[in-house]
Design a protein around this ligand. Structure first.
Ligand code: KG4
Ligand code: ZN
Length: 342
C-alpha cells in the first residue's frame, strides 16, 4: 500500500510532548499537546532529565492520539516532520528518535524543522493567504526575536534579546510575586485586575533604530520594589505591580515590532510564541496595528504556545530528507535560525 498524503509532526524541544497531523495543502487535522507543567511545578523550572523521561513515556501515545484524532491510521501517514533544535538536547532526541522510528519503519521521508521556524509558521497556519514579506515577533520562554519573513523559507533576524527572553521575564516576575508555575499566564491574569500606572518599570534600549530587547533590568527593578515593601503591602499591591510589570514588558515588544515594521515597510505584522498568548499584547497589537493600517495576524493561543501543528506547517515549505538519509540526523541544543544540524 502506498503512503497517504498526510504529514505527522512531532515537537518535544522543551517540556510539552506534541504531535499533529496536517494534509499536504497545510490543513490542520489534529494537534495534541501534553503539558508537563504539573511535573516541573515543584522544582520551579523545567528539569531537563525529568522532561526527557516524561517525553519517552508519552511520545508514542501522543502520536497515536494525533493520528486517531485526524480520523486516520498510521499507514495513512506519508511523511514525518520533527523539531531538531534549539531546545533541551535530551528532550529533542526523544522526539527525533520517535520521528525516525515512524519514518524508517514505513520508508517515509522526514523533514527536520527549526523550532523558531515552527513558531513563525503559526502565522501562515492561522492565515493561509498571509502576504509576504511580513514581520513576526516570536516571544517565548526561550526566545524574543524579530524576524522579517520574505517567504516561508527566507528569514532575516532583525533584532533579538540580549539577555532574558520575554517569557522568562514574565515567569521570573511571577515567581517574585509568588504566583503559580510557569507564571506568565498567572501574571497576565492578575495584571488584568490591577492598575498599570501605579508603578513605573524601565523599558530598555529605546534608542530609535535599535531593534534588540533587554529584560534583565526589568526583573531587577521588580526585585528591589518588592524587597522594600512589607509583606502586607506586597499582597495588597500585587495586582498593581503585576499590571505595571506586564505593561513594561508588552511596551518593549509592541514598540519594537512597530519600529521594525516601519523600517521593513511591510503591510503585515504578526506575533507568535507562548508570550503571544498574553492578553494585553494581543489587545494592543490588534488595536494599534489596525489603527496604523497594518494587517495584524495573532494566532489563537493553542498555536502560540509550543505545539506540533506549527512544526508541520514549517515542514511543508522546508527541506525533506528521503529515506534513509535521515538516520544519522542529529539534534542541536543551540541552533541559529535558518540553520539545521549537519
Ligand atoms: O512558546 P512556549 O510555549 O515555549 C517556549 O518555546 O519557550 O512559551 C512559553 C512561555 C512561558 O514563559 C510562559 O510563561 C509564557 O510563554 N506565556 C505567557 C502567557 N502564556 C504563556 N506569557 C505571558 N502571558 C501569557 N498569557
Ligand atoms: Zn517555543
Amino acid at each position: 500500500m502506498s503512503p497517504g498524503p498526510y504529514l505527522l509532526a512531532i515537537e518535544t524541544s522543551c517540556d510539552d510532548t506534541c504531535a499533529a497531523v496536517l494534509r499536504e495543502d497545510g490543513t490542520l487535522l489534529s494537534s495534541v499537546a501534553h503539558s508537563q507543567d504539573v511535573i516541573h511545578e515543584k522544582y520551579g523550572g523545567v528539569v531537563p532529565e525529568v522532561a526527557s523521561r516524561a517525553h519517552v513515556e508519552r511520545a508514542t501515545a501522543v502520536v497515536r492520539e494525533a493520528v486517531a484524532g485526524a480520523g486516520l491510521e498510521m499507514d495513512d501517514i506519508g511523511r514525518v516532520a520533527v523539531t531538531v533544535g534549539p531546545g533541551l538536547i535530551g528532550a529533542l532526541l526523544i522526539g527525533l528518535s520517535t520521528a525516525k522510528a515512524v519514518a524508517w519503519a514505513r520508508r517515509l521521508p522526514l523533514a527536520p524543522v527549526h523550532h523558531l521556524h515552527g513558531h513563525l509558521a503559526a502565522v501562515w497556519l492561522t492565515e493561509p493567504g498571509v502576504g509576504f514579506p511580513h514581520i513576526t515577533l516570536v516571544a517565548s520562554g526561550g526566545h524574543t526575536t524579530l524576524v522579517r519573513v520574505d517567504d516561508p523559507n527566507t528569514l532575516h533576524v532583525l533584532g533579538q534579546t540580549l539577555d532574558d527572553a520575554a517569557g522568562e521575564a514574565m515567569d521570573k516576575g511571577a515567581r517574585l510575586l509568588g504566583l503559580g508555575y510557569p507564571g506568565g499566564r498567572e501574571l497576565d491574569e492578575l495584571a488584568e485586575t490591577g492598575d498599570p500606572s501605579a508603578y513605573s518599570f524601565p523599558v530598555a534600549l529605546r534608542r530609535p533604530g535599535n531593534l534588540d530587547f533587554s529584560f534583565s533590568g526589568l526583573k531587577t527593578a521588580l526585585y528591589y520594589l518588592l524587597r522594600d515593601m512589607s509583606s502586607d503591602e506586597r499582597q495588597a499591591r500585587a495586582a498593581d505591580v503585576a499590571a505595571a510589570y506586564r505593561a513594561a514588558t508588552v511596551e518593549a515588544l509592541v514598540s519594537k515590532l512597530f519600529a521594525a515594521a516601519k523600517v521593513g515597510r511591510v503591510d503585515t505584522i504578526a506575533v507568535a510564541g507562548g508570550v503571544a498568548a498574553n492578553s494585553l499584547l494581543r489587545r494592543r497589537l490588534q488595536a494599534e496595528g489596525e489603527a496604523a493600517g497594518f494587517n495584524v495576524v495573532i494566532p489563537p493561543p493553542r498555536l502560540c504556545t509550543d505545539n506540533a501543528a506549527m512544526i508541520g506547517a514549517a515542514a511543508l515549505s522546508g527541506p525533506m530528507l528521503a529515506f534513509p538519509d535521515y538516520l544519522d540526523l542529529e539534534a542541536s541544543a543551540s541552533l541559529a535560525l535558518g540553520r539545521l544540524p549537519g
